[in-house]
Write a protein that binds this ligand. Structure first.
Ligand code: NVA
Length: 308
């Protein structure tokens, strides 16, 4: 990972995912060491964030580095100043940049002009850091990834796309049930299918949540309306009504299945209190693990100069 960007799960190989997970678990169990003194992380966020922002900042500080948070009002990415110019300027001051943008294209343009590695902290297309810490949580809970059935119920969005790609690369059996019109994009379906084939896993796309959840080891969901889609919220609530993860749907999964959600959750919409607060929910371990995984990621990515 030295000097590379992490914009998409497709920037990773299966071995990178395995190494990041085992590294993160070792960091979690062994405390932290100050290894990133003198290094500075800039966080450039166009949308709100609790988990990703705080876990990045704490991870960097516990490793001995510094952080600078820049809110949308301060930077005006692409409005007050051209994306390429912000990238050139910011990357001349800091060692690594993490960005949360509306458009994945902004992120790609930024990375092209940055002299230092760039990490996607959520775009409209992907949320790779989330998927990595989620698979760390699965690995901790189940002792393996290969061969497990992981089902996502809901929107073919940034979270499910990254989860699908990471699961397929890890030899898992990924299923996603989405309402008509909300499936993951075809280019990502094709990529995931090829990853699954190469790594002994599989991917299934369906509109039937019952078929998708039956026999699953992991059931995962996310909000129906992502940041930036607020105007569609009422329509989405109608379109997704049959895709709520409630006790009845979750009971179709294996008896030892775990429930996952990247948070924030809209309780009573995509998930009921009964499930998210239930004994098999691991949602708060997921959020804690983000910090451990990001430490492993920062250590790897700051280990060298950016390669052209
Ligand atoms: N899909 C959600 C994830 C939030 C962390 C969104 O993009 O708003």
């Amino acid at each position: 990972m030295k000097g590379r960007d992490l914009l998409s799960i497709s920037d990773l190989h299966a071995a990178d995912i395995r190494r990041l997970i085992t590294g993160a678990i070792a960091l979690k169990n062994g405390g932290w060491t100050s290894q990133l003194g003198e290094k500075t992380l800039a966080l450039l966020f166009e949308k709100p964030s609790l988990r990703t922002r705080v876990s990045f900042e704490v991870a960097m500080r516990q490793l001995g580095g510094q952080c600078i948070y820049l809110s949308p009002a301060e930077v005006g990415l692409g409005q007050r100043e051209a994306v390429a110019d912000v990238a050139r300027v910011l990357s001349s001051y800091v060692d690594i940049i993490t960005i949360r943008t509306f458009s994945h294209r902004t992120l790609e343009e930024f990375a092209r002009h940055s002299r230092v590695p760039v990490i996607n902290a959520l775009s409209d297309a992907e949320h790779p850091c989330q998927a990595l810490s989620d698979l760390m949580t699965v690995y901790e809970k189940k002792g393996k990834l290969e061969g497990l059935v992981i089902t996502f119920v809901g929107d073919g969005n940034n979270v499910s796309t990254s989860l699908m790609l990471a699961a397929a690369l890890s030899g898992m059996h990924f299923r996603i049930a989405s309402p008509p019109g909300y499936a993951v994009k075809n280019e990502f379906k094709d990529l995931a299918t090829s990853y699954a084939r190469a790594n002994g896993g599989s991917v299934i796309f369906t509109e039937d949540p019952h078929e998708a959840v039956r026999g699953a080891d992991i059931v995962y969901t996310d909000v129906w309306t992502s940041m930036g889609q607020e105007a569609e919220a009422a329509k989405r609530r109608r379109d997704f009504a049959a895709y709520q993860v409630n006790g009845r749907l979750f009971s179709l999964a294996r008896a030892d299945a775990i429930f996952m959600h990247n948070l924030p959750a809209h309780r009573g919409e995509e998930v009921t209190d009964e499930v998210i607060d239930g004994p098999r929910s691991v949602v708060f371990e997921q959020s804690e693990n983000k910090m451990h995984l990001l430490k492993a990621l920062l250590l790897e990515m700051l280990g060298g100069e950016k390669t052209p």
